[in-house]
Design a protein around this ligand. Structure first.
Ligand code: ZN
Ligand code: ZN
Length: 354
């Protein structure tokens, strides 16, 4: 706050509030000033605050959130209040300005900033790494349990449900996102959702899933080859695997996000599939499944730092034929990296029969 010239900061996003305080509820806004943290919340969360972060001051909201927040801000004496522009809605900003005026805080200024909290959240501490490690382990074990249940006729949606149930049985509070389970040609849609399509032989089966453990997300993808698949699928499988290894080999502090992306992209381009890898190489994971940094060819280029945890997920998508994506979660360490996920991914290991 000091370096940004703020004497207050507003945090309306639940994941930012949780990162700062351990409070896991919603509909609450944290006000941070140099000497206090106050959570504007309502009756539903009073007992929860006492359990999760009893040290936290509460401003109890009885009417509009904007009025409660304006009261906290005026009482704090802060003048220049920052907020992350991507986190505060236009509606909240507008009503907050009105409420501040009404509360006699005419000299208070609300100042937008860019991804202040997400930047702080990029580097994971030991507690966060441990939670993500557990989230990866739970997701992997659930996947192993799923493997034995993949049969001809079982729908994508049913497989997604089995994965979610197994993750919860293993201690997850839920899924990082609704699992993507894509049979056959649908696997060429990078963000396909599981539907009623049944499993059948001789097609690829792409599964992208993750668990939430201790609030933290994992995010993995495996592409299974059911029986004898189209030769083009086998070919792109080997290219994607090679691209992923090339990127992982490079990862260490100082290597930039764009360099990592290029390491994988060059392999895919040289194999003639550059146009079929239309998304970035990966992204940070944490309390949210998509965090900073973003590993991609456009946009911000930044050096990787020890403590970041990123996904490495190259893919090749052939419309009408199918797609292959392989995704692992990787911790950047002081002298290299550690792949947190250990599910097998050689083509032969991913060939299954149903
Ligand atoms: Zn994923
Ligand atoms: Zn991902």
């Amino acid at each position: 706050m000091g370096s940004l010239g703020f004497d207050g900061f507003l945090l309306p996003a639940p994941s930012d509030v949780s990162w700062m305080t351990d409070f896991t509820g919603h509909d609450s806004v944290l006000v941070v000033t140099p000497d206090a943290m106050t959570l504007a919340t309502d009756f539903r969360y009073v007992e929860q605050v006492a359990r999760e972060c009893p040290w936290l001051a509460i401003a109890l909201r009885e009417n509009q959130m904007a009025e409660t927040l304006a009261g906290v801000l005026v009482r704090s004496g802060a003048r220049r209040i920052g907020f992350d522009a991507n986190r505060l809605t236009f509606g909240m900003h507008r009503s907050l300005l009105g409420a501040i005026q009404s509360a006699g805080g005419g000299s208070i200024e609300l100042v937008p900033a860019d991804d202040v909290l997400l930047s702080l959240r990029k580097i994971k501490d030991a507690h966060e790494v441990e939670n993500i490690r557990r989230a990866v382990g739970v997701a992997e074990e659930a996947f192993r349990r799923l493997l034995g249940q993949i049969r001809t006729g079982v729908t994508e949606s049913a497989l997604a449900g089995i994965l979610e149930m197994e993750m919860r049985r293993l201690g997850a509070s839920g899924s990082s996102f609704s699992p993507i389970v894509a049979v056959g040609a649908s696997s060429s849609l990078p963000h396909y959702r599981a539907s009623e399509t049944p499993v059948r032989p001789n097609v690829p089966l792409l599964i992208d899933w993750g668990a939430v453990v201790g609030g933290y997300c994992s995010d993995l993808t495996r592409t299974l080859l059911i029986g004898d698949v189209d030769a083009r699928i086998e070919e792109i499988y080997q290219v994607v695997l090679k691209a992923q290894s090339a990127a992982i080999r490079l990862l260490r502090p100082g290597v930039t996000t764009r360099q990592a992306d290029s390491a994988a992209r060059d392999v895919i381009r040289e194999a003639g599939y550059g146009e079929q890898f239309g998304h970035g190489l990966g992204h940070g994971i944490g309390l949210e499944v998509h965090e900073m940094p973003s590993l991609r060819r456009q946009g911000a280029d930044e050096p990787l730092q020890a403590g970041m945890i990123v996904t490495i997920e190259p893919g090749i998508y052939l419309p009408g034929v199918g797609g292959v994506r392989i995704e692992d979660d990787v911790l950047i360490t002081v002298d290299g990296c550690e792949v947190l996920s250990s599910l097998e991914k050689s083509l032969e290991a991913c060939r299954i029969s149903v």
